[in-house]
Design a protein around this ligand. Structure first.
Ligand code: GLY
Length: 376
């Protein structure tokens, strides 16, 4: 089916959500534009920053990315100016190498990368390529991009990194140098082999022997228990394999994205389309992660476009509707849209707003409206 045919049944939902988003984004901007930090969550009705790592906090690219989303939806200059101001604030992170990590794609692909691709800004191209070199530098030639820092983590890889691979694919497109894409594919191949289980669920973390690639452990990570299914990790896998397919044309990445998506859909349906924080948590445990839902919705709409299968678009729309009805704050009392996001199952950040949840929500709605610009 064509993308336009798949989107047609959801046109009224897309327009209704667009209207609500356009009414809310001016408040997000008004409360964010004068800050000397980059918003992460909301406390007492005001934007608040990430809990540690200051400018290197891994979600800091999502604020400028949200502003680019707003600019794409409205064409209004104040959003562009705030996206550019935040991108410049991020330059300080390039000088804090001890705190930079595997999430440099989240930080620079959707901020500088978006600006370069939308406006052709040369300084943004340089930032994007510097970030791609930092990510490539984290590659262990045994076959994976390592997560986090410190000697004790030398063999750690996480499913989240599937989303950062797009930075490397774009770097190859920009420079003509195949090394970046080849690192991305080596990592994706490892993730396909060592993270994804036969039922379509994924480990969050795999600990390898950094020399031999022997699997040493698969800890719970941000999920509830070893062997469990942290829903945001499942969403990163769904969207990440879809993106690796889009950048490489490889059928095995598409098949993996579909396997993960089918499992995600079955699990999300069990809770009326708002994903539990971990698909293996106790059935009486009500903890959800609206952010996992927003990431998955955007990934599913992309997967529908890539595969021509309308079930994925329909499921993405179900999630967006459920998030609107049960996990959103459209009032003026908070600058953020989504509520009920979870940092990690065992952490303290439960039932909070998160700037990246709003980014993926707005991205998904923009796709449902038929816009095809892809930040990734
Ligand atoms: N990349 C970490 C997270 O999803 O919380």
């Amino acid at each position: 089916m064509t993308n336009a045919e798949m989107l047609l049944p959801h046109a009224a939902l897309a327009r209704a959500l667009q209207e609500k988003i356009l009414a809310k984004l001016p408040l997000a901007l008004a409360k964010g534009r004068a800050l000397n930090f980059i918003p992460y969550t909301v406390r007492d009705g005001e934007w608040a920053e990430g809990p540690f790592d200051r400018i290197c906090w891994w979600t800091n690219g999502f604020w400028p990315a949200l502003m680019w989303e707003a600019y794409l939806l409205t064409g209004e200059e104040p959003y562009r100016l705030e996206a550019q101001r935040a991108e410049e604030m991020l330059d300080e992170a390039f000088r804090d190498i001890d705190h930079l990590h595997h999430d440099v794609g989240f930080m620079w692909l959707i901020s500088a990368g978006a600006q370069y691709r939308l406006l052709g800004t040369d300084a943004s191209r340089k930032r994007m390529l510097l970030a791609a070199n930092l990510l490539a530098g984290r590659f262990n030639p045994a076959g994976f991009i390592r997560a986090w820092n410190g000697e004790e983590n030398a063999g750690w890889a996480i499913i989240d990194s599937m989303m950062n691979l797009s930075l490397l694919y774009h770097a190859t497109d920009l420079t003509g140098d195949p090394r970046f894409a080849s690192i991305a594919m080596r990592h994706a191949d490892t993730a396909m082999r060592c993270f994804i289980r036969p039922d379509g669920s994924s480990n969050h973390i795999v600990v390898f022997d950094p020399r031999t690639m022997a699997v040493l452990d698969t800890p719970a990570g941000q999920g509830c228990a070893p062997g469990s299914q942290w829903s945001r990790g499942q969403a990163w896998a769904l969207y990440g394999f879809t993106l690796s397919h889009l950048h490489t044309g490889r059928a095995d990445y598409l098949a993996t994205a579909r396997l993960v998506a089918d499992h995600f859909i079955a699990m999300a349906k069990q809770n009326d389309w708002v994903p539990k924080c971990d698909f293996c948590q106790s059935p009486d445990d009500p903890l959800v992660d609206a952010c996992a839902g927003a990431i998955a919705a955007s990934g599913l709409i992309e997967l529908a476009r890539a595969s021509g299968d309308p079930r994925y678009c329909d499921s993405g729309a179900h999630i967006l509707r459920a998030l609107d009805e049960r996990c959103s704050d459209w009032s003026a009392s908070s600058p953020a849209i989504l509520t009920r996001c979870t940092g990690s199952y065992h952490g303290n950040d439960h039932e909070i707003a998160m700037v990246y949840a709003d980014f993926f929500y707005v991205e998904a709605v923009r796709k449902l409206l038929g816009d095809s610009f892809l930040f990734w």
